[in-house]
Each structure stands twice: as structure tokens, then as C-alpha cells.
Design a protein around this ligand. Sequence first.
Ligand SMILES: Cc1cc2nc3c(=O)[nH]c(=O)nc-3n(C[C@H](O)[C@H](O)[C@H](O)COP(=O)(O)O)c2cc1C
Length: 378
Amino acid sequence: MSTLFTEASLSAPSGRLTLRNRTFLAPMCMYSVDARDGVPTPWHLVHLGARAAGGFGMVIAEATAVVPEGRISPEDLGLWNDEQVEAFKPITAFIKSQGAAAGVQLAHAGGKASTYGWIPRWHSQGLSGSVPVDDGGWVTVAPSVTTVHGLAESHELTVEEIRESVQAWAAAARRADEAGFDFIQLHAAHGYLIHQFLSPLTNTRTDEYGGSYEGRTRYVREVAEAVRAAWPAEKPLGIRFSGSDWVEGGWTVEETARLAVELRAAGVSVFDVSSAGIGAYHGPTGPGYQIALADHVKRALVADAAERGAAYDSFVTTVGMITTAQQAEQVLVNGQADGVSVARAALKEPNWPALAERSLGGSVEDSPFAQQYWRAHW
Ligand SMILES: Cc1cc2nc3c(=O)[nH]c(=O)nc-3n(C[C@H](O)[C@H](O)[C@H](O)COP(=O)(O)O)c2cc1C
């Protein structure tokens, strides 16, 4: 019996969410909202639905903006209005009908918003970087004005605007609930707004939202608290970090681990550990290149639980070039993480979990494959 295909139980303040296995579809922007209104399309239903049918325990919808100006590109999803809620409903219903849990990554891209996104049709036209205002772009917002990302200059958020933005995350969380999602992952990674507050490379504020660790983490702590209060207590709340900026003077894995422990106390229980995204800095790459970061965060959460005399009840996932079933299984057996997030391998193979289950010796009967496809197992 593999560990990867044992059930997982995600804790919430007054409930638990059971997953059929420990595979998570990582959030992946599809840049496919052609009408530029943040409303999901048939593409999103098929993309997410196919991977729910392919056996994932949790399917997380792409970075979904809490306000229009928080979109990475004009073609991103959003959860700032009721039309978006209605359009998400059949998608969450379908994901759940396939036995997967439905998650959404709530996001605000901050100073890295209003870009053309990673879409060949733009690149083939020579379009990349910031979308100008006269082509449907907008003036972005950020904790501080910086040229680190080589994009159009952002407006520096006032304290009043920061407070309004915290409320926007909470409102989006309420809509995510209404849309039928079981799980929210806050996007605090990859150089987007929350990460811009965390990193000293992009946060040079001198008020209460900058400076010390305490100041730089204030925004994410306020967002997590507001979302936790708006999101049903029986549903788990998660967060995705960039575990390191991979550069001297940037955000570190030690700070990530400290923040995870603090957020655990505020009701965040699921932690996904990615890395990088501030400026052009990149760390090591290769199979499982971010496992050590997840391991670091998990150890801090385990130690914190032990100190409190409590059982470890967080859930840490690792992500980044986890491509084979054996590799994923080994990470869990080693105890470095509790689950794995898979992105690109699942673009190539939507049935990644169903195939992984069989290659780890699982039975056809226990396979998370859609019933309609079972004959493919022989
Ligand atoms: C097409 C694509 C879109 C992505 N969009 C997001 C996103 O919306 N949010 C996010 O946190 N990461 C995003 N990522 C990063 C992935 O979630 C993942 O962290 C990364 O690809 C490394 O995992 P992998 O080696 O399994 O692909 C995206 C990656 C790809 C390939």
C-alpha cells in the first residue's frame, strides 16, 4: 500500500476535509478568459475537470484575482463579482462529482499584474511584459515603487488602500464558498502582492507594513485573519509560499518557517512551498528541487506542535519537478512533506494520479480513475 494513495485529512477550526489521496493539482494560469471579465469558460471546466477525472485528490484552480487590478494578465480568472461565482458553480460541482476536492488559489499580482501572460499568441506578436493602459492594461499597485521586475511603474499603496485590499481578499473568500469550493490557497508566492510585502527587495516601506519581519508580514497576517473569518470554519485554509528568494538580502526559508508557525496559530493549516519570483533570481533546479524548503517548513510546524504538547495537524505539500510516482512516494515516506503538488507533468498527463497509483502497485478497484476510463487499466 503506497503512502501517496492513502487518504489525507486537512484540518479546519471546526471540521476536516478528507482527500482520497495526497496528490494536489498545482494552480496553473490558463490565460483563457477571452472576454477579459474574470469569468471562467468551458476551457477551465475541461482543464480542471479532466484532472479531477484523472484522479487528483485536490484540484486547485489557477491564481484567481480578488480584484480586477490583481490579475496577472487581462485573461485571468477572478472572484470579485456574482457572475464569476455562478460560472464557477458547475466547475466545482464537476470536480467534486469525480471524487476530488475543489480548491481555488486566491491571488493578487500587485506590481506584477497587467502583463501579457505566458501565451504563445502574445509572444508570437512580439508582445510581452506590461500591457499598456490603451491595450486593456492598468496601473498596478505594490507595497513600494521598484524596478526589480522590469515592468511598468506601480502605484505605491497607501495604508487606506492596503486596508481595503485586505477586505477584498475576505470578500473573494466568501464568494469562493458560495461558488462551491472546499479549499482556499492564498497565493503568497512567486513575487506577487503578498510576496512583494514579505521580501525586503520589494518592500522598502517605512510605515507599519514594512521594515522589520513584523512589518513585512503584517499584510499577509491581516489577509489570513480576514479570510479565515470570512471562510466557513469547517473548511481548511492554505497558503503557498515562496520559501526563498534565493538571493542575499531577500526573503528566507527561516522567515518562511517562522511565518508558517504564526499563520498556523491563526487558522491556516495547509502549506505549499514553492520558491522565487522576486526579480530574476533563481535557485537550484532539477528533480524535486524545492523539497528541502518544504521539509524545513514541516519541521518547524512539527516542532511547534510538540512544544504546545499538541499532535502535528498541519499539512505540507512540496512542489517542483515532481514527475514520477516513485519520487512522490519517496518524499512522503521520508516524511519531508505530507502531499505533493504536480503542475507541468499533469499538463502532459491529466491522468497522472491514476497512472501513479497503478505504478505503485495499487489495485484497479482502488484506482482514482474515472469509472468511464477503467478499461484503460488493462
Ligand atoms: C502553465 C503554468 C501556469 C502556472 N500558474 C500558476 C499559478 O496560477 N499560481 C501559482 O502559484 N503557480 C503557477 N504556476 C507554477 C506551478 O504551480 C508550479 O509551482 C511549477 O510549475 C513547478 O511545478 P512543476 O515542476 O510540477 O511544474 C504555473 C505553472 C505553469 C506551468
